[in-house]
Design a protein around this ligand. Structure first.
Ligand code: GCU
Length: 334
């Protein structure tokens, strides 16, 4: 069932050459098209919120601007998308924070286990310019990439063919991780064998037995149908993950002066809309997976906590990383 369309050289060339994002020909007037890359299905809440964003932005600009959403990883995996954004082939993308860590290690801070207590804490930090502002702007000049906000990934947990209740259960388990050094260290610390892989490859790898398990939130477990091939979801609660909206900095600079505030306001509404959808989508995902035969196991996480909590200290070494981490922890409520 699983689909993944690779971005071929031909497709990239076609996108690059498509009148720099303008639709319409001579005499037809032109519509500015912003291309948005997403690795989720059309049933995922990020697609639903982005689709509403696209429609309201189009209406608010009297049809002059259109955000065209390429879902299902059809333009490539997140690492590839970042390259397309650097070259202005893709204008907007939802990118996991783990991927930005590979360009600027300071992004590690928001990927270390236990940095965020919960979604509320995470969103407070994202909105707090004094904590996240410099980090989010850090790739603007060097890479043409600007983080303009975020969607939560919620709490991520391990799933496999059997329950994982302790580090002993993780021994020898090949667990897919996102391609980032922090994710590798995290699974090692939990006792497993991390295998980095792009999101769209995971279903087939689980099915083929190349992987024994993976880790994600309930919503991706459901929308990617991973529950079909790894039916036991154990609440290890190892990470509250985060996706960024990454914009091409030059695309934003090129927006007409009257359009930029409209874009910013509609995007701010989209973030709120996504957060509203998130809780509901999580419950629907649990119900759907359960009906499909999956089980959800609550476990005592103490043994994992003990191994995960010290990771921040060993992984965050620069002054900038330490300071963002400390400020983030200061605004926690626990
Ligand atoms: C989540 C997240 C994606 C990410 C994926 C992954 O679904 O929203 O942005 O790519 O996890 O594990 O790769």
């Amino acid at each position: 069932m699983h689909r993944r369309t690779l971005l071929t050289a031909g497709l990239a060339a076609a996108l690059a050459g498509s009148l720099a994002g303008c639709a319409g020909g001579p005499g037809t007037g032109s519509k500015r098209i912003l291309r948005l890359a997403l690795n989720q299905t059309e049933t995922h809440p990020s697609f639903l919120a982005l689709d509403a964003f696209s429609k309201s932005f189009e209406a608010a600009t009297d049809g002059e601007f259109l955000i065209d959403i390429f879902a299902n990883e059809v333009l490539g995996a997140q690492q590839e998308i970042l390259n397309l954004q650097r070259n202005n082939i893709v204008d907007l993308a939802i990118i996991s924070s783990t991927q930005l860590e590979n360009i600027n290690q300071d992004f590690r801070v928001f990927n270390v286990p236990r940095v965020f207590d919960d979604v509320d804490h995470q969103m407070r930090v994202v909105r707090d310019e004094s904590i996240s502002g410099d980090l989010f702007r850090s790739l603007q000049q060097s890479n043409n990439l600007l983080v303009i906000g975020a969607f939560t990934q919620g709490e991520r947990n391990i799933y496999a063919k059997r329950a994982v209740t302790s580090p002993d259960d993780m021994r020898g388990l090949k667990v897919r991780v996102q391609e980032s050094p922090v994710m590798l260290r995290m699974i090692e610390a939990m006792g497993g064998s991390p295998t980095p892989m792009a999101f769209g490859e995971v279903y087939t790898a689980l099915q083929a037995g190349v992987l024994d398990g993976a880790e994600n939130n309930e919503v991706s477990y459901w929308t990617q149908k991973h529950y079909e091939v790894a039916p036991v979801y154990s609440y290890t609660k190892h990470l509250v993950g985060i996706d960024y909206m990454v914009a091409s900095a030059s695309m934003l600079d090129d927006l007409p002066a009257e359009v930029r505030p409209i874009f910013d306001a509609e995007w701010a509404r989209c973030m709120e809309h996504f957060t509203e959808l998130w809780g509901q989508s999580t419950q629907e995902a649990i119900d759907g997976c359960t009906a499909g035969g999956a089980t959800f196991e609550e476990i005592d996480t103490a043994a994992f906590d003990e191994r995960l909590t010290p990771l921040a200290e060993s992984l965050l070494t620069s002054d900038v990383q330490k300071s963002i981490y400390e400020r983030t922890r200061e605004v926690s409520t626990s």
